[in-house]
Write a protein that binds this ligand. Structure first.
Ligand code: SF4
Length: 687
C-alpha cells in the first residue's frame, strides 16, 4: 500500500490548507489526516487503500461528511468496522452517461442508496412549494446537485446498469415513505416508495442494527432474496401474501385512495407499531402485491450506541471539497449528540417514527471522548454549540417500571398528561454538563437543542427529582445559553395544542416567569425566543389572532415562525390530507390554499404597518371587532387616543365594506396600481 505520511507544524497547517498532495490532505486541525482516513469516493482512492474490489458502495444525495451526524458516513463506518470494503459516492450525477454510477464497478454484496439527511422535497422546496435557491448539504450551498426523489432516481439507474446486484434503500426519505403516504409536493396519496423505486430492501429508522444483521447473513452465505425477516426492514412481495395472526393488516393503498378515513385509521396503527418496544409486522396490499414492514429493533443499548459514535470518524468533510462551506456541517461541527429518540410525540414531527419513542443514550465516557476530540480541532475556539439530541433534556430518561413500557403503545409519554411511570430525572444531564465543562479547552458548552419546559416544570413525587429539575434549568440559563433560549410552545390555542400534542400555553406563562426570575437572580438579561407554527391542522384565523394578542401582551416580536409543511407520515400530515384526527376520527379543519395560509401567517407580523389593514379587514369580515380592539388598542393609552384610533379604523372598515378602498396612503397607492393594471388588461383585451 502506498502510504507516505506528511507531517505539518501548527503554523504550516494554515499555510498548506489549500495544497493537496497526491495521496494526502491536511486540514486546519491539530490532527494529521491521510486521504485514506476517509472512506474512498473514487477509483483512485480505492487503489490507495490497495483494494481491488468493494463489498458495498453507498450512494447519497448529500456531500460526504465523515461525521456521526451524517447517516451515510455512519453506515459506511459500521460496515468498515465489520471488515468490509466500503466506498461512498456522494451526490452522483444522475444525468448524462451515469459515469458516477459506473466508476467503482459492481460491489460484492450490494449497493446502498440514501436521498440524504433530509427528504429531498423538503430540501428542494419551501412550505409554499417554491424551489429553494440553495442546499445546506452541498458544498457552497450549490443547488441542483441531487434530483427530486433520489431514492427512486438513483435506484432506477443502478438497477438499469447492474440488474443482478441488490440495492438497499435507507435514509429519512425512504424511511418516512415506507407505507402509503401523502406527498404534499404532488398533492396526492402515494403508495410505499418501494412501488416506485426498484430497491430490493428498505431499511427504516437508524440503520446500524439492520445493516449489520444483513451483512452478517450475506457473508454467512444466505442468498439476498431469502433475507426477508430482518427487523426494521421493509420489502415488496410480488404477490398478496397471507396475513399471519400477529400481523397488523392495513387498508390497502387503493382503499385509502377511495376513502380518506381509511388512511386516517391506518395511520394510528403505523404510529403505534413504530412506538412499541415489541411491535408487530405490518402488511399493506398495493395492486396485487404486498408491502411488508418488519417490526423495529428495540431501542439501542448504551453499548451499541457508543459503538456507533466511537467509530473512527475524521469529523470532517471529504478533502475533495477543499475549503468550501457545507452549511449543514458548519451547524453541527462543534456540537455533540448525546441521545436518540423522543417521547414527546409532537404530531408534526417525524422523529419518533424514525428514531423511536424510547430514549437511547450514550455513556458519559463516550460523549466526553467526542468533546475532547472537538477541543483538538484547530479552529475550535472553546465553545460547544450544542450538547443535545432530538430534544435537549431527555438524556437517560425512561420509564420507572419498564414492564409497563413494554406493553405501552402510546405515541407520547407527556401528552395529554405526563405519564406517572416516566422518570423525569435531570441529574444525569447535570452530571454530564459538569464533566464537559471540566474538559481542558471548553470555555462554554451551550444547549442549542430545544428544551422541553414541560419536563422541567413537572412536579414529581420524588422531591430529589424536583430539586434536580430546578437546578438544571437554573444552570442552563446561567451557564449554557448564549443570550437567547429557544423554546417551542408552537401555538397558543388549546385546541391546536391538543392536536399538536403540545402542553397548554398556560405552562409557557409559568416558564417565562421562572426564566425571568432566574435571569434576575443571576444578573442576566437572556432572551426567550419562542417558536410558533401557523396553518397547522385545527388552526383557524381566529386562533392566529389570539396568538398575536397573547404574544403582544408578552411583548414578543416573533421571529422563529413557520408555516406548517405536511411532511410524509406524521400525525399532522394525516390530519391535513384526510381531514380527520386519526385517534378520535373527529373532523379537523386545515387552511390549505395559499390565501388562507397567508391570512394566518400575517398575524405573526401584526405590528408591521403593511399587515395591519389586511388583518383589520379580515377580522371585520369574521365579525371579530373584539379581536381588533385587543390587538391594536393599547389598554393603557389615553381614552382620547383610543377613540381616535377606533374611529379611524371604523371609517376604514365602513369604506371597505362599501367597496371604497382608498382610505390610507398605502392603500391608495395599492388601489391605483391595481386600477392601472386592470384598465391596462381591459384595454389589451378590447384591442
Ligand atoms: S408507560 Fe408511560 S413512560 Fe412508559 S412508554 Fe408508556 S407513556 Fe412512556
Amino acid at each position: 500500500m502506498n502510504r507516505t505520511k506528511i507531517s505539518f507544524t501548527f503554523r504550516q497547517k494554515h499555510d498548506l490548507k489549500q495544497k493537496q498532495n497526491k495521496n494526502f490532505i491536511t486540514f486546519a486541525n491539530m490532527k494529521e489526516y491521510r486521504l485514506d482516513n476517509w472512506l474512498p469516493t473514487t477509483k483512485k482512492e480505492v487503489e490507495i487503500r490497495g483494494w481491488d474490489y468493494l463489498d458495498v458502495i453507498l450512494f447519497t444525495g448529500d456531500a460526504y461528511v465523515d461525521h456521526p451526524s451524517f447517516g451515510t458516513a455512519v453506515l459506511g463506518r459500521v460496515l468498515e468496522a465489520k471488515g468490509l470494503r466500503v466506498a461512498i459516492v456522494p451526490q452522483p450525477d444522475w444525468r448524462g452517461d451515469f459515469r458516477d454510477f459506473k466508476k467503482l464497478g459492481r460491489p460484492r454484496l450490494f449497493f446502498g442508496v440514501s436521498a440524504g439527511a433530509m427528504d429531498s422535497m423538503i430540501n428542494h422546496y419551501t412550505a409554499n412549494k417554491r424551489l429553494r435557491s440553495d442546499d445546506a448539504y452541498t458544498p457552497d450551498r450549490r443547488p441542483g446537485m441531487r434530483p427530486d426523489y433520489p431514492s427512486i432516481v438513483y435506484t432506477k439507474i443502478l438497477k438499469e446498469l447492474y440488474p443482478d446486484v441488490p440495492v438497499v434503500l435507507g435514509g429519512i426519505e425512504a424511511s418516512m415513505r415506507r407505507l402509503t403516504h401523502y406527498d404534499y409536493w404532488q398533492d396526492r396519496l402515494r403508495p410505499s416508495i418501494l412501488m416506485d423505486s426498484p430497491a430490493d430492501l428498505l431499511i427504516y429508522g437508524m440503520g446500524e442494527l439492520p445493516i449489520s444483521s444483513l451483512v452478517e447473513r450475506m457473508v454467512a452465505g444466505e442468498p439476498f432474496n431469502k433475507i426477508t425477516n430482518i427487523k426494521q426492514t421493509a420489502y415488496l412481495a410480488n404477490e398478496k401474501i397471507t396475513v399471519e395472526a400477529d400481523d397488523v393488516k392495513l387498508y390497502s393503498f387503493e382503499e385509502c385512495l377511495d376513502d380518506k378515513l381509511k388512511q386516517a385509521k391506518n395511520y394510528r396503527h403505523i404510529e403505534q407499531e413504530s412506538n412499541k418496544i415489541h411491535a408487530n409486522r405490518i402488511i399493506q396490499y398495493v395492486e396485487n402485491k404486498t408491502i411488508v414492514v418488519n417490526p423495529p429493533y428495540p431501542p439501542m443499548t448504551e453499548e451499541q450506541l457508543d459503538g456507533s459514535f466511537d467509530l473512527p470518524y475524521t469529523r470532517l468533510p471529504h478533502p475533495k471539497y477543499k475549503n468550501k462551506i457545507i452549511p449543514a456541517y458548519e451547524a453541527i461541527k462543534f456540537s455533540v449528540n448525546i441521545h436518540r429518540g423522543c417521547f414527546g410525540g409532537c404530531s408534526f414531527c417525524a422523529i419518533s417514527a424514525h428514531q423511536g419513542k424510547f430514549i437511547a443514550s450514550r455513556s458519559k465516557e463516550s460523549i466526553l471522548k467526542e468533546v475532547k476530540a472537538i477541543t483538538e480541532m484547530a479552529d475550535f475556539k472553546g465553545t460547544l454549540s450544542d450538547l443535545g439530541g432530538p430534544s435537549a433534556n431527555m438524556y437517560k430518561m425512561h420509564g420507572k417500571d419498564i414492564s409497563r413500557c413494554e406493553d405501552c403503545k402510546l405515541a407520547s409519554c407527556v401528552d395529554p398528561v405526563i405519564c406517572d411511570n416516566l422518570d423525569i430525572d435531570h441529574a444525569p444531564l447535570l452530571d454530564l454538563y459538569h464533566a464537559v465543562d471540566k474538559i481542558k479547552g471548553i470555555k462554554h458548552s451551550f444547549i442549542g437543542s430545544g428544551i422541553r419546559y414541560d419536563l422541567v416544570m413537572h412536579r414529581n413525587e420524588d422531591n430529589k427529582r424536583n430539586i434536580a429539575s430546578s437546578q438544571y434549568i437554573e444552570e442552563v440559563i446561567a451557564k449554557h445559553v448564549s443570550g437567547r433560549l429557544k423554546i417551542a410552545p408552537e401555538n397558543t390555542s388549546s385546541n391546536v395544542l391538543r392536536l399538536m400534542r403540545k402542553p397548554s400555553f398556560k405552562l409557557f406563562y409559568k416558564f417565562k416567569k421562572l426564566f425571568e426570575q432566574l435571569n434576575e437572580k443571576n444578573g442576566l438579561r437572556q432572551q426567550l425566543i419562542p417558536y410558533f407554527i401557523s396553518s397547522h391542522p385545527g388552526c383557524t384565523e381566529v386562533d392566529m389572532a389570539e396568538l398575536a394578542i397573547e404574544t403582544k401582551n408578552l411583548h414578543f416580536h416573533l421571529e422563529q415562525i413557520q408555516d406548517f409543511t405536511p411532511t410524509p407520515m406524521t400525525n399532522s400530515t394525516t390530519m391535513y390530507y384526510t381531514g380527520f384526527n386519526p385517534y378520535t376520527l373527529e373532523k379537523v379543519y386545515t387552511a390549505k390554499d395559499k390565501e388562507s395560509k397567508l391570512a394566518q401567517r400575517q398575524y405573526f407580523f401584526w405590528y408591521q404597518y403593511q399587515y395591519r389593514d389586511d388583518i383589520i379587514r379580515s377580522l371585520s369580515k369574521l365579525k371579530r371587532r373584539d379581536l381588533i380592539d385587543r390587538l391594536f388598542f393599547d389598554p393603557k393609552s389615553s381614552s382620547k387616543n383610543r377613540t381616535e384610533k377606533k374611529n379611524r379604523i371604523s371609517r376604514e372598515d365602513m369604506n371597505f365594506e362599501k367597496g371604497k378602498r382608498g382610505f390610507s396612503k398605502e392603500n391608495k397607492k395599492d388601489f391605483r396600481k391595481k386600477e392601472f393594471h386592470s384598465k391596462n388588461k381591459k384595454y389589451r383585451k378590447n384591442k
